[in-house]
Design a protein around this ligand. Structure first.
Ligand SMILES: Nc1nc2c(c(=O)[nH]1)N[C@H]1C(S)=C(S)[C@@H](COP(=O)(O)O)O[C@H]1N2
Ligand SMILES: [Mo]
Length: 318
């Protein structure tokens, strides 16, 4: 389904490829195959990581700034996914997520706000105010993409719900239903998938609720019908297929923090200077590229977001 878009943000048109220029699916699969041979495989889950090779140290040669932020091809965005509710391999979500029923879809809102209740997606997101936001997405596993999201600012959604002053954090949950999400049969993380933001992060104009990408509604594997996107943070903050929003006083204990607090913090800001305990975060592989590139502080959005963390030790608050 095509959706109506109001305007474009961030990466300009000239920096990105048109949809016609996408690599073919075969080229992408070839590239992914080459990546697999003798190269780094970083797995988020500590218990599953032992079976894989450790990170190959980056060669020290990086692409310079001459490399543009081209949009990642649609076939890669929809077939190379992390959505553990449908399996842990990158191609599991695209193979398995058809079992998720996204219509109708309701979101429960509770906690410290004036307008709690059950909302249909269409009542929470103003589909007449959709915007395209072309954002870099940097996974904590050290790969990245550039994705043309379609959505609304999270602040628009929050303003509708009218949180009170005692709401210091916003908390999100993904659906929990093993019938629709077969990956939930395994206790990889504690289901449902839980995430959260500090209220000022949530109100930042870069934070969005996405309902589409490349001008179409989201595929299930990308978190249909509604997911969070916070481009200066590692991808795992972008909770998919949201069914619950709560306004809370205490910092939420998120899924990844519960599983491995020494590896995943609440803030999860992209930071090349702070290594993951099992691999470096200094560089990344942009899906579709063959060489690694340097990872940028706050994923390149520092000018807009660094002020949120004034006076904070980002080494401790990883
Ligand atoms: N519910 C849920 N949300 C999730 C995940 C997940 O496993 N379950 N994976 C996260 C991770 S680690 C990343 S990198 C992004 C990937 O989003 P994409 O597959 O749309 O690129 O989704 C995030 N949101
Ligand atoms: Mo990720």
């Amino acid at each position: 389904m095509l959706i109506k878009i109001k305007n474009s943000w961030d990466l300009s048109e000239k920096d990105v490829t048109s949809e016609e220029d996408f690599f073919s699916r075969r080229d992408f699969v070839k590239a992914a195959g080459i990546m697999g041979v003798g190269s780094a495989v970083n797995l988020m889950t500590p218990a599953l990581a032992g079976a894989y090779q450790a990170e190959t140290p980056p060669s020290g040669k990086y692409n310079g700034s001459d490399i543009k932020d081209e949009q990642t091809v649609l076939s890669a965005i929809t077939s190379y996914n992390n959505f553990y509710e449908f399996g842990i391999e990158k191609d599991d979500p695209s193979k398995n997520a058809h079992s998720l029923v996204t219509k109708p879809w309701n979101i429960t809102v509770d906690g410290h706000c004036e307008n709690p209740g059950e909302y249909a997606v269409e009542d929470l997101v103003n589909f007449n105010a959709l915007e395209e936001r072309i954002y870099r997405m940097r996974c904590v596993e050290a790969w990245s993409m550039v994705i043309p999201w379609v959505g609304v600012s999270l602040s628009q959604v929050i303003e509708k719900l009218k949180p009170s002053l005692s709401a210091r954090y916003i908390y999100f949950e993904t659906l929990e239903d093993v019938e629709q999400m077969p990956g939930q049969a395994r206790n990889i993380i504690q289901w449902p998938y839980r995430e959260g933001l500090r209220m000022d992060e949530a109100m930042h104009p870069l934070s969005i609720m996405a309902v589409g990408l490349y001008g179409r509604t989201l595929e299930n594997q990308n978190g249909a019908p509604l997911r969070l996107v916070v481009p200066w943070k590692y991808g795992f903050k972008g909770v998919k297929s949201i069914v619950k929003i709560s306004f809370v006083e205490e910092k939420p204990n998120t899924s990844w923090m519960r599983l491995a607090p020494q590896e995943y913090g609440f803030f999860a800001n992209v930071n090349p200077a702070v290594s993951h305990p099992r691999w470096s975060q200094a560089s990344e592989r942009r899906i579709g590229d063959f060489r690694r590139r340097k990872t940028l502080m706050f994923n390149g959005y520092g000018e807009m977001v660094a002020g949120l963390y004034d006076g904070m030790d980002l080494r401790r608050n990883y």
